[in-house]
Design a protein around this ligand. Structure first.
Ligand code: SF4
Length: 486
């Protein structure tokens, strides 16, 4: 398991109604995409912003009025964050919480985004050369500054400049000085972004669940390279067409909610298929196994698919503590292991002499799987075979997932047998790349699978990875590619 990324939501009530409730429900539905901080920005005769640390709070019906007074207006954006750039102490988390507003003279630009920028060095020099004084350590401020600078000739031109010159993954929602709402997505469409409307309500969301909870069912994708401006009317402009996409494959295995829909398919259906394919491919272990268990909750649907395919009993033996939501990512390795230990409970079923298939969504550092296997062994399991729905992660991600260095990836250093030995399993069986791509229903050429293939969809990321591979560094407070001098 690794940390989630970010989720965004934006809404505008054309009838002038208060938008806060829509923003709230839209972002609560996506809290799985970021636990570190949350924030709202609305517009009513100027910007109103509220950010805080942790999960989006539970707001009771009678409290909504107070929030609506705090965040008035009929248009706004919201964000949940799991930072993959910037510093990681609590003060920095709060300072970097989104939405972020940049100011230049009388101009304002407020944005919230999901993704990660690759050419941050260039971008930083670019905005600093224009005299900007940065208040945060996150990519978001750089992007909003750059957008503000480049929007002198209009917002569309500013967005075009971002798409042409900024490398990375970015699904953005924002408000300009006049309170006009906008949204845009990088030319490769690496992170999800959807647009929907119902009556007078217009909304943009990372996942369909943010729209569904607002009873919006007419949903379309914000196309890669597309900008949508919600002014007097809705203006949709495809600014850049690349002829291919690079949608993050990891969204299918891990990030998205199972009840989210992408390309017309529920994520849980895709995960079931991933489980079925593992069952068909690794018959030798299926034949020997007595029981299937899954690491909750992202592997549960795949475990069900595997159970359907093989007829082997799926026992819900591993349970996640619902209210232990502490994030392992800000802790040192020893603390991380004990936090994982607290989060997942192995029910004391009778495992004596049993051969168990453990279904896992992915193996990044190996800590979670190792801890679970240890607990299963203590409960008497004789053999443990790990089935992984996502192919072996061998390369870092520079697009917003918390695995930005080779040195933290167990799959970079070891093959299946080596990993099995390290985590205490009898075998580790990965989804093949072909099976994974087939199960998603997408073409290989429209997916990013760089963390498993080492082939990156953008130029600088490829250079950084190639160079960093020869200069493995222990991850510090900075990103490896910033020290790779590319
Ligand atoms: S490198 Fe991996 S995690 Fe990162 S965007 Fe590509 S598929 Fe997703």
């Amino acid at each position: 398991m690794i940390g989630e990324k970010c989720g965004v939501f934006a809404a505008k009530c054309l009838d002038g109604g208060e938008v806060f409730s829509n923003l709230y429900w839209g972002i609560v539905a996506q809290n799985h995409r970021g636990h570190e901080s949350y924030g709202f920005l609305t517009y009513s005769d100027g910007f109103r912003r509220y950010v805080d640390l942790g999960l989006v709070p539970r707001i009771e019906r009678e409290e909504f009025l107070r929030w609506k007074i705090l965040l008035p207006g009929s248009v706004g954006i919201a964000h949940v964050r799991y930072g993959t750039s910037g510093k990681r102490d609590l003060y920095s988390h709060l300072r970097d919480a989104q939405p972020i507003v940049s100011v230049r003279g009388k101009k304002r630009m407020g944005i919230a985004y999901n993704g990660n920028l690759v050419n941050v060095g260039w971008l930083k020099e670019e905005v600093m050369s224009k005299g900007a004084k940065l208040r945060t350590t996150s990519d978001t401020e750089l992007l909003s500054r750059y957008l503000l600078e480049k929007s002198e000739k209009g917002l569309i031109e500013g967005i075009r400049a971002c798409m042409e010159n900024v490398e990375g993954a970015f699904s953005v929602v924002g408000l300009d000085s006049n309170g006009s709402m906008f949204a845009f997505r990088d030319p490769l469409g690496m992170r999800p972004l959807l647009y929907g409307n119902k009556g007078s309500l217009m909304a943009v969301s990372s996942e369909s669940v943010g729209l569904n909870i607002n009873e919006i069912s007419a949903i379309s994708e914000v196309e890669p390279g597309e900008a949508i401006i919600f002014g007097e009317s809705v203006e949709r402009v495809r600014l850049i067409k690349r002829g291919r996409r690079a949608f993050c494959g990891f969204e299918f295995s891990y990030f998205m909610r199972p009840d989210s829909v992408t390309n017309g398919r529920f994520i849980y259906k895709i995960r079931e298929e991933l489980g079925r394919r593992l069952g068909r491919r690794y018959q030798e272990f299926v034949k020997r196994a007595d029981l299937i268990v899954s690491i909750p909750e992202t592997a549960d649907d795949a475990a069900y698919g595997l159970h359907e395919e093989t007829g082997i009993r799926w026992e819900r033996m591993l349970r996640r503590h619902r209210f232990v939501t502490h994030r392992a990512f800000i802790m040192d390795p020893a603390e991380r292991v004990s936090t994982i230990d607290r989060k997942i409970n192995v029910l004391n079923g009778n495992l004596q002499g049993k051969r168990v298939i453990v279904v896992e969504d992915s193996i990044v550092r190996g800590d979670t799987t190792k801890t679970v296997i240890k607990k299963l062994r203590e409960s008497g399991a004789e053999k443990v075979y790990v089935f992984v729905t996502f192919p072996r992660i061998t390369h870092p991600c520079f697009y917003g997932i918390d695995m930005a260095t080779f040195s933290e990836l167990i799959g970079f250093f070891y093959d299946e047998n080596g990993i099995a030995e390290k985590i205490g399993a009898d075998a580790v069986c990965y989804q093949t790349l072909e099976d994974f791509v087939d199960a998603t229903g997408m073409r290989m050429g429209d997916l990013c699978m760089a963390c498993t293939t080492g082939v990156y969809p953008t130029e600088l990321a490829q250079k950084i990875a190639d160079r960093a591979k020869t200069r493995i560094e222990v991850k510090g407070s900075g990103r490896i590619y910033e020290s790779a001098e590319v």
